[in-house]
Design a protein around this ligand. Structure first.
Ligand code: ATP
Length: 343
């Protein structure tokens, strides 16, 4: 491979309207036997955007990323990066990736490793710059096998930066990191994005998607079920939540109150999702059911559960935590909201 060096641009220009997007999926599909891991997705990511790919275990995030990096070929449809094939874009150093697996090489220093990786690219980022962006300047002389988990993750980020990519793809970059390491990681990522680069990251963490992405794309059962900002997703989830202490009252008829679209009972409390919280509260008052009444706007968790069709009703099995992790006891109804409905 040619080893000429050019100075990395401090920032990249915003995408002119005629330019190809950084990422373009067109009807892209990939199955493994009977499993449709990616079931025909259409997605454009503009240059300079930071996009989160959100979904539960098995939603298809890693498969979509593999298609994007050319590690897997789609069975149907296409994936283009900056208007070219993933393979070409990756070889040209336009794409950097940080995947879930990947073990650090022992016995060499952080600086040596990044230098080594940088030399394999045609137009790498200066090593000192990659180290600085990844927050590794102080650790440049440290041996790779003597780093903490959070520091090792930063090295992987620097490896992804080494080719001076315009797009970086991160598959669950903060899994297993503690709060401080996460904060440091996102700071580095934002530093890279601020230069006008494009970022696509997958995550199970709703709050990370909301805090660090311009746009959230929700995948479920291989399909895009929503695409928009955190705020748009919350709105798409529809309605506020009115909860009230039942105080032994029967639950019959709650579903017919004005505005109510669904009722969930947890112990002695009823949670009513409503499109008209004022009318619902007035109707509850008419029934004399006002003990412990609370009205809350939908959270991103609520939105996620609604968008991915997660089962609600009895409530006891609904994961309302902000980490959509393994073992979430949910059903899949990918057609709850159609792709792009949150936009
Ligand atoms: N190489 C493979 N062979 C067979 N099935 C696979 C393969 N890779 C993925 N799958 C299946 O495809 C579906 C999507 O998996 P994928 O890893 O893309 O999901 P994910 O959203 O990244 O999940 P996670 O959050 O657990 O990493 C799953 O049902 C998975 O079991």
């Amino acid at each position: 491979m040619t080893q000429t060096t050019r100075t990395a641009p401090a920032t990249r220009a915003a995408q002119p309207p005629h330019e190809e997007p950084a990422i373009r999926f067109r009807h892209a599909a990939k199955s493994f036997g009977a499993v449709r891991a990616v079931a025909g997705i259409d997605l454009d990511v503009r240059r300079g955007e930071t996009v989160a790919l959100l979904g539960r275990n098995g939603a298809g995030k890693s498969t979509a990323i593999s298609l994007l990096l050319g590690l897997d070929e789609p069975d149907a449809g296409s994936v283009r990066l900056f208007g070219e094939s993933p393979d070409r874009a990756v070889r040209a150093g336009r794409i950097g990736a940080m995947l879930q697996e990947g073990r650090a090489v022992p016995r060499i220093t952080v600086r040596e490793l990044i230098g080594f990786v940088a030399r394999t690219y045609p137009a790498p980022m200066p090593v000192a710059e990659a180290l600085e962006l990844a927050g590794l300047t102080e650790l440049a002389g440290r041996r790779i096998d003597r780093l903490s988990g959070g520091q090792a993750q930063r090295v992987r980020f620097a490896v992804a930066l080494a080719g001076n990519p315009e797009l970086i793809v991160l598959d669950e970059p903060t899994a297993a990191l503690d709060v401080e390491a996460r904060r440091a990681f996102w700071e580095s990522m934002r530093g890279y994005a601020r230069r006008g680069n494009t970022v696509l990251f997958s995550t199970h963490y709703l709050e990370e998607a909301d805090a660090h992405a311009d746009r959230i794309v929700v995948l479920d059962a291989g399909r895009i079920v929503a695409d928009g900002t955190g705020e748009q997703l919350r709105r798409a989830a529809g309605g506020s939540l009115v909860s009230v202490d039942l105080a032994g009252r029967p639950t019959e008829g709650l579903g017919e109150l004005p505005g109510v679209v669904c009722v969930e009972v947890r112990g002695d409390r009823a949670r009513l999702r409503t499109e008209d919280p004022d009318a619902t509260v007035v109707a509850l008052a008419g029934l004399g059911a006002v003990r412990g009444i609370e009205v809350t706007a939908p959270s991103l968790d609520d939105a996620f559960l609604a968008l991915t069709g997660s089962r609600t009703g009895t409530g006891s099995h609904v994961d309302t935590g902000s980490h959509i992790g393994a073992g979430t006891d949910t059903d899949t109804h990918a057609d709850t909201l159609s792709a792009g409905s949150a936009r």
